[in-house]
Design a protein around this ligand. Structure first.
Ligand code: FAD
Length: 372
């Protein structure tokens, strides 16, 4: 922390990958930080908490938004450090190659250079694809990784309080004690960071109706013989992908159903995913089956560990990273509220970069710059 700044009492609302990463960055800047969240990484899976459901891996970025590009690049650098041999969270990651096929002929100059993408020759492309790349990436085992973030936050002095917040003013006026002790905190809250994912749609004081669900269903199988990630863009709504994790499990997907809030698994989608993944990667079937005959989805079903779905927190207009000011009704104090939500399909891929931006926004606001 610079010598001109004092330690601030900051509350982060939300304990998904975005809230946890942001809270850690704020702690590392020397602030006193508390998280309030309804769902925590140690909880059983729930449709109200997206982060545990993610694939999750870093794919090549195909957009042209410079802010998003820089956020992703910053995140990639951190993830490569964490996942390196001997890295602080190595056990939550797997470093591997990925083969991705696209419906369009994609311009490779947009891609993150750290991934070292190599174009797949035309004759080796998947029949549906116009282009394809092989690149270096990592995959994350989400539950251990979220718990690693939580442990890192707590071990450095962060406070975690479970609470369901109805309106942001509840935090500004009562602090975290209002949720843990049932009485207002003595120390005023200096700033609030809102990392509520889909919760931003209904949270009082935010109620951002641009936030909506993009539902994703996926199947987890145990197939330790799969060594490469693979992806095929089938349409706007559908990607077929295989994402191997460190423990030999592989995430099979998927769907991208806009404004679909259905909270449980659709059996017909599971069948579709198994068939699509097997078509893309026949090596998914156990080697002993393949040695005898052409595999079918029946050969994959015994490998299933879990089937589930999550709701990606998408937002029309993209990720929200900005500041608004709240008034503490008790004393008229102006308190900055920073927003970091709406990460859609890429909350992991943008977690550290967006956390850094949220911290800068907050510190600029504190220094009075954003108020002028
Ligand atoms: C099938 C699938 C595959 C995916 N694959 C990838 C991938 O490969 N790469 C990638 O980067 N991303 C992927 N994603 C997207 C990624 O999971 C999300 O972008 C990310 O998890 C969003 O994190 P978040 O912290 O914003 O939200 P969440 O994880 O939903 O966390 C929100 C937090 O806010 C809290 N909260 C909300 N409202 C309130 C309230 N009113 N009071 C108290 N607490 C509140 C919740 O309890 C929770 O703690 C995938 C998602 C799905 C579903």
């Amino acid at each position: 922390m610079s010598t001109t700044q004092t330690v601030k009492n900051v509350v982060v609302l939300g304990a998904g990958v975005v809230g946890l990463s942001t809270a850690i960055r704020l702690l590392e800047k020397g602030h006193d930080v508390s998280i309030i969240a309804e769902s925590l990484p140690t909880d059983p899976r729930s449709i109200k908490y997206t982060s545990p459901w993610a694939g999750a891996y870093h794919v090549m970025y195909m957009g042209d938004d410079p802010r998003q590009k820089s956020i992703r690049e910053e995140t990639l650098k951190v993830m490569l450090e964490l996942s390196a041999p001997g890295g602080a969270a190595e056990g939550c990651f797997r470093r591997l190659s990925s083969v991705e096929y696209f419906l369009e002929d994609i311009d490779p100059t947009n891609y993150e250079s750290l991934l070292q993408p190599k174009r797949i020759p035309q004759e080796s492309l998947h029949s549906k694809a116009k282009s394809g790349y092989i690149f270096d990436t990592y995959t994350i085992d989400t539950t251990p990784y979220l718990n690693y973030l939580l442990a890192r936050f707590i071990s450095r002095g962060g406070v975690v309080v479970r609470g369901s917040v109805q309106h942001v003013n509840q935090i500004i006026e009562g602090g975290v004690d209002a949720f843990s002790l049932g009485k207002a905190a003595q120390r005023p809250v200096d700033a609030l960071v809102v990392c509520t994912g889909l919760g931003a749609r209904t949270l009082g004081g935010v109620e951002d109706k641009a936030v909506h669900s993009v539902r994703g269903q996926r199947v987890l199988v145990h197939a330790p013989w799969i060594e490469k990630a693979m992806g095929l863009e089938e349409s706007q709504e559908k990607d077929t992908y295989l994402i191997p994790r460190r423990n030999g499990n592989v995430i099979l997907g998927g769907t991208r159903d806009v404004d679909d809030w259905y909270p449980i698994v659709r059996p017909e989608t599971t069948e579709d995913i198994l068939n699509r993944c097997l078509a893309l990667c026949p090596e998914l079937a156990p080697p002993e089956v393949r040695a005898q005959r052409a595999p079918t989805a029946d050969d994959i079903r015994p490998l299933i560990v879990e089937v589930g779905c999550g709701l990606r927190p998408a937002r029309d207009g993209g990720l929200r990273l900005d500041v608004e000011w709240l008034t503490d009704k008790k004393d008229g104090r102006q308190v900055p509220m920073v927003f970091d939500y709406g990460h859609g399909s890429s909350g992991y891929e943008s977690s550290w970069g967006s956390a850094d931006m949220a911290v800068s926004l907050l510190e600029d606001a504190m220094a009075g710059k954003a108020n002028n």
